[in-house]
Ligand binder design. Sequence first.
Ligand SMILES: CC/C=C/CC(=O)SCCNC(=O)CCNC(=O)[C@H](O)C(C)(C)COP(=O)(O)OP(=O)(O)OC[C@H]1O[C@@H](n2cnc3c(N)ncnc32)[C@H](O)[C@@H]1OP(=O)(O)O
Length: 731
Amino acid sequence: MAKYSVENEVAVIAVDNPPMNALSHHVRKSLLKYLKEAESDEKVTSIVLCGDGRTFPVGADIKEFHKSVSKLGPTILDIVDALEKSKKPTIAAIHGNALGGGLEIALGCHYRIAMTNSKVGLPEVKLGILPGAGGTQRLPRVIGLDNAMQWIAYGGHHSAGIGASLGLIDRVVPQGGNIREHAILFAKAAVGKSLGQRRLSNISVPDAAKVESLMAKHLKEVSKKSRGALAPIVCLQVIKSSALLSYQEGLESERQGMFTLLASSQSRAQIYSFFAERQVSKWSVPGVTNYQNAVPMKVKAVGVVGLGTMGRGIAICCLRAGKITYVLEMNTKAQTAGVKYIRGYIETMRKRKQINDQQSSMMNNALIPVDNYNGLKNVDLVIEAVFESMKIKKEIFKKLEKVCKPSAILASNTSTLNIDEMASVTKRPQKVAGMHFFAPAHIMMLLENIRGEKSSPETIATIMDLGKQMRKTTVLVGNCHGFVGNRMFAYYTAESSFLLEEGAYPKQVDDVLLDYGFAMGRFQVGDLSGTDIGYKIRRERGLTHKQQPAGTPERKRGDRRYSPLDDFLYEKGRYGLKARKGWYKYEGSRTPIPDPEVRKMIDDFRKRHNINPRHISPEETLQRMIFPLVNEGFNVLDEGIAANPWDIDMIFQHGYAWPRHTGGPMYYAYTIGLPQVLKVIEERWKLAGASEPHWKPSKMLTWLVEHHGNPDINDWIKLYKERKSQPNSNL
Ligand SMILES: CC/C=C/CC(=O)SCCNC(=O)CCNC(=O)[C@H](O)C(C)(C)COP(=O)(O)OP(=O)(O)OC[C@H]1O[C@@H](n2cnc3c(N)ncnc32)[C@H](O)[C@@H]1OP(=O)(O)O
């Protein structure tokens, strides 16, 4: 709905649709009704449009997308047109966010004023669509083609100050000011002034002459940054029309572009991702607790044990979340280096204006290096971040148990190991949990929180709340080897090496993954993170080639297929980018170059094992990389390790840079169709057999296909759980 009032001859129309004033159908209807009323009321001389509550409208109602109600008139464009055509001055009064369709209606107004802390932007590209209410045609006319391409193709939010410097915002209202009162005064002053040039559809694009060079520049950038994504490309093409065609023709090109994008599977995947991101914070442990009833503990001080790459990043996250952060590192050299890194990073944030001087000095003061466990006696929560060894972690947990106050939560940043086993060496298993950060911890958006068997509701609520305070996409999962992410990802990695054994080379596999939309292929990522990391984890588990007793078949560990190619690579000193050689070689830059030495290593291996290399098609490569991971995803759901398919998808998008426009592995499987996915898995299982158990079709996937074909992803859990809970279900 919207509210209507007339104050001092100024009509004020306030959108009232909490929480975000989305432009739902009923809002659009009432907005147009009040606009007509203001237009026809002779006592009204000007019109202010604003938002009630938290914000100016943040855009179209995303829940309406792909539903018939979104097509019901009036459209947002009808409102934009009415605002622009109005004979009385129209003023958008922005507080909070003016995004998407919200900014488009502001662009329809003759003037825009905004609170200094408000944000403006056209983020539709993040939903796989484009601004469909004239935004692609009006924004370039006011801020120029170059800026508009930047804003629309990347979908960023920008401060009111930036908007003002580009001519988008006519006045910035300082903090503490009343936007409504300022708007009314502004509106009164605008009465009688010519509106011709204030109607943005009337003016031309200032830097239109540069259209071809700007187009080439932005196309190159988006193709690199959003590989495989359709929306940024279509956005650019449509914005280009603003420079070459009339406003009306440009609008038609926008309509066509929107039509194409809305019909694409990518927009569905991205809209799914928008809601999934919000859904994961509504966690639940069925029958135990959930986000609504568990109360988090107050965490003022955090301890971080270990100042290696992970510990440093975690400490930065804690400091940014406003925590007093004790960092424990016994090795003096490592401590000096770690603290130097953290302070250096704080300074970089200050220089980049991500934090101000006061925040920087607060963070520096809150960082407290300690060199013995007693230094952690006052913390409310500790995050252990040392090398991935159960023995070492248990020793640390025993020490923490002794020094930390009884109320303190003990968390481990383990990426694979059993949280319950760590909890078992303490007297407070209810206070033990996993907090799995992804490297680099201060950059990656994901936090995979692991509940132990005995973790209390308060402990779970606290680690989830801390993730939120760190502004991470925080997903709650159950305890098992590798949890959700690494348990599933292990098969992706294993299968990539099997592909090398059978006929592929690293670049061939990586190219398929790049075409799919990953920013980097599996072998490029391996080089970037360092091939030594995986080797040390395999060595800890007694798996590496050198640890096997004489006579052990090179390609087996127990009864499972194993590829030792990764071990050979490490043993040749090819540690990845840092050594300038890994799966690729690097000559003076970070560009991976296929290396004949690696090719020879693979060829020699094949010869030694009488493997006749065969051509592996891109289709087979993609299926073999992704489908085992999907299959394991269904096992993870079946066991309750992940509560929902979107939990898995968010883990992969934010922890493993899975391309957002495919939604994530589980959503992708749904897009392909579960029957097709199962068919490939079953065929592969017949070929591979028991030594490759990751191809054994998951019970849940099989049941869903047999009984429901390709059910809606939102129904997977409900359908399966209902059946599973029946007495003779055999599931
Ligand atoms: C033809 C014309 C075409 C127009 C295209 C568009 O306008 S597309 C929409 C463009 N706008 C956006 O993409 C903005 C989406 N919203 C956000 O980015 C964020 O919500 C925010 C505005 C930055 C605020 O973030 P914050 O973290 O403060 O809140 P939440 O994200 O948690 O949101 C609170 C709840 O509001 C729901 N919601 C937000 N925006 C919309 C929307 N546009 N439509 C419908 N619902 C929206 C969100 O889902 C949250 O709901 P919960 O049920 O509480 O989870």
